[in-house]
Design a protein around this ligand. Sequence first.
Ligand SMILES: Nc1ncnc2c1ncn2[C@@H]1O[C@H](COP(=O)(O)OP(=O)(O)OP(=O)(O)O)[C@@H](O)[C@H]1O
Ligand SMILES: O=P(O)(O)OC[C@H]1O[C@H](OP(=O)(O)OP(=O)(O)O)[C@H](O)[C@@H]1O
Ligand SMILES: [Mg+2]
Length: 282
Amino acid sequence: MLRIAVPNKGSLSGPAAEMLHEAGYQQRRESKELRIVDPENEVEFFYLRPRDIAIYVSSGRLDIGITGRDLLIDSGAEAEEILPLGFARSTFRFAAKPGTAHGIEDLKGRTVATSYEGIVAKHLADSGIDASVVHLDGAVETAIELGVAEVIADVVETGTSLRNAGLEVFGEPIMKSEAIVVRRTGADAEEPKVQQFLRRLQGVLVARTYVMMDYDCRVEQLEKAVALTPGLESPTVSPLHNEGWVAVRAMVPAKEAQRIMDDLYGIGARAILTTAIHACRL
Ligand SMILES: Nc1ncnc2c1ncn2[C@@H]1O[C@H](COP(=O)(O)OP(=O)(O)OP(=O)(O)O)[C@@H](O)[C@H]1O
Ligand SMILES: O=P(O)(O)OC[C@H]1O[C@H](OP(=O)(O)OP(=O)(O)O)[C@H](O)[C@@H]1O
Ligand SMILES: [Mg+2]
């Protein structure tokens, strides 16, 4: 049975459970459940603090985990990213009161508050900056107002939390993060059960980013039409009862669907339809 760690709280928890559900796995019914077995899929899910997940996975007791890239790096655990999942996207940045710091050099001799001490300490050391780091559990934006630190280093998504605290980012972004699947460093990534789990999640990612497009076009326009909808391998082309016309079917990126429909219409294609993909195995 594959043993998988899933975030039990926070920004990662809801979207991770949703993705697993879309991939056909049973998920917990109640937020207090810490462990469930999905016998049909031969998987056991452990609901753990996102920060702890890489540590459990590195110990080898759990086969796979879903966590944030920033949390993996911060933990220093012997685990590696094997699949990016595209949600909980964020940037990790320094911030301070406007005008008080402009670059990493300005951190010399100052105090930085953060919940990600591992990332910050390494970044400062790599940059040769001697600064103190204060560890706080969360809501670090308030640390400057309350005099605990002059600078913070935190997760930024929309920037609303910083703006509300009257702070501004400065310097280069420290790292970009998103939800990821992790596996113990050096573990056999080719293991069939692991590969099947990854294929299912990849199927969800594709189903979320592509739509199926169908249309009819004249044979003379087929090459132009196929150039607009090349599909992943190659589009399916079927004859229509009306001679001189064909039906075409191809997957297209969902974000580009409307533009592609306009372009197809422009070259004479008709009956252009898009439908959602619910599941997929490439
Ligand atoms: N506002 C946000 N937008 C996008 N991703 C976020 C946001 N806040 C945190 N994350 C990401 O979520 C992960 C942090 O998980 P965590 O459980 O700490 O989330 P959280 O929402 O901060 O929860 P909590 O504050 O309750 O601990 C990190 O990978 C981080 O980059
Ligand atoms: O740029 P934004 O869209 O405002 O998002 C970033 C904020 O979201 C997270 O906070 P969270 O709500 O998890 O509280 P925490 O600081 O206590 O973790 C993160 O720590 C930032 O504070
Ligand atoms: Mg948080």
